[in-house]
Design a protein around this ligand. Structure first.
Ligand code: FAD
Length: 382
């Protein structure tokens, strides 16, 4: 079994930034990535998402993202940049490797599960990383697994009875798929706003959100970015589950959403429905529907062909469960990017660093955290 000073899980923006900074510090490491190709979550985003639709993809450290015309597909343009980046800086990415479990080494007699290699030795203080492609051991870990593989759909009574189509942002096939249909878009974030922008001109849309959407007319400046990051940072410092950085930025309509706005797609926002029926969604009379089409005593009802769940993602961190990193408040408590429960572990792209700019910074902070931990461990064992 290979033993490294550090191991990065995930080669998206956060993992690549971490690997770049580890390399600069001369720290021996490997990056394990579940995808077949470079690009992190960007390679899986829908074809209709152009560079004009994304807010701004921050430069990875040491190499500017090439200029775009706005018309390029985000799911090819960004992955091409990442692929070049990995090559240029000779980052030690191994793929496809899906990590299943990270656990503390049990020291003596800890046969590396699944690999049949030698023991890691007694009192080694290593982390054992088990994957579908073998087992690694490491002194420190940088987790950079993002959220894309954990789409979140809330449960509503009757959800399984719906005869139409239900899909999540992660499976959004582009607007043409929906032409002429009646579509319920659920969610108060940037993705819902974008979907409505594309769908309202060619479908009949109903927008449903749990909370009143928060609009902003502020441009996305570095100052606003810092304010937003500070809010999410405060949550993870306390050990609360992080909120999406985008969710606290505030919503803003762009040029490509003006037609939908003119059609009233945003003005007719409804509160969350209370149940789903085979042919549509229903509001309990006590919640108020914001105006449904039918009311047969059971609350307002809207027929629908499709429900699009733009309801976000959760951190993809199930593989870390054996490390017991979660605080009683439900999140992983962090000091910077260091897990308070186990300082061998750095979390990047998590909470306040779940944006491309945050991921970049977190990569640098994590590499520093790794270096400090390795130094401290050396002093202790010397
Ligand atoms: P990811 O890019 O998700 O990379 C995670 C990597 O980890 C993947 O390669 C995956 O294969 C790997 N992985 C996952 N689990 C495992 C495992 N168990 N074992 C091994 N590997 C694993 N942010 C911005 O700053 N600007 C924007 O304009 C912007 N637009 C966005 C548009 C959309 C539609 C969405 C959904 C998000 C957008 N964001 C934007 C957010 C931004 O994309 C993310 O915060 C950032 O790209 C996340 O990078 P990451 O490295 O944390 O994760």
């Amino acid at each position: 079994m290979e033993i490294h000073d550090s191991l990065v899980i995930g080669a998206g923006q956060a993992g690549l930034s971490a690997s770049y900074h580890l390399r600069r510090r001369g720290i021996d490491h490997v990056v394990l990535d579940a995808d077949d190709r470079p690009g992190g979550a960007w390679q899986h985003r829908w074809d209709a998402l152009t560079m004009n639709d994304v807010h701004r993809v921050a430069d990875l450290p040491g190499a500017e993202i090439p200029p775009d015309t706005g018309r390029e597909r985000a799911n090819t343009f960004v992955p091409a940049y990442f692929a070049d980046y990995e090559r240029r800086f000779e980052l030690p990415v191994v793929r496809p490797v899906r990590v299943r479990r990270v656990r503390p080494s049990t020291g003596s007699g800890d046969g590396p599960a699944g690999s049949g290699g030698p023991s890691t030795g007694s009192g080694d203080n290593l982390l054992v990383v088990e994957s579908d492609a073998g087992t690694w051991a490491t002194r420190t870990l940088v987790n950079a697994t993002g959220t894309w593989t954990r789409p979140f759909i809330p449960h509503y009574p009757g959800i399984e009875t719906f005869r139409g189509e239900q899909l999540h942002t992660a499976d959004y096939p582009g607007p043409e798929h929906f032409r002429g249909k009646r579509v319920v878009v659920v969610g108060g974030g940037a993705s819902a706003v974008q979907f409505l922008g594309a769908l309202a001109p060619i479908t009949d849309t109903i927008w449903v959100t749990r909370r009143e959407p928060v609009w902003t007319d502020r441009d996305f400046t570095p100052e606003l970015g810092r304010e937003v990051v500070a809010k999410v940072e405060e949550r993870v410092r306390q050990g609360l589950p992080p909120r999406s950085v985008v969710s606290v930025t505030g919503l803003r309509l762009r040029e490509q959403e003006r037609e939908a706005e003119r059609l009233g797609a945003y003005a007719a926002r409804r509160p969350m429905f209370t149940s789903i029926e085979p042919d549509g969604v229903r509001w309990d009379p006590s919640t108020g529907s914001g105006g449904g089409t039918t009311d047969s005593g059971g609350g307002a009802f809207e027929p629908a062909d499709v429900i699009v769940w733009a309801t976000g993602f959760r951190p993809a961190i199930e593989h870390l469960a054996p490390l017991h990193l979660r605080s009683p408040l439900g999140g992983i408590q962090l000091d910077g990017t260091t897990a308070v429960a186990d300082p061998r572990v750095q979390m990047v792209g998590y909470g306040p660093s779940a944006s491309t700019i945050g991921a970049n910074r977190a990569g640098r902070t994590a590499a520093r955290g790794v270096a400090e931990h390795l130094r401290a461990a050396e002093v202790v064992s010397a």
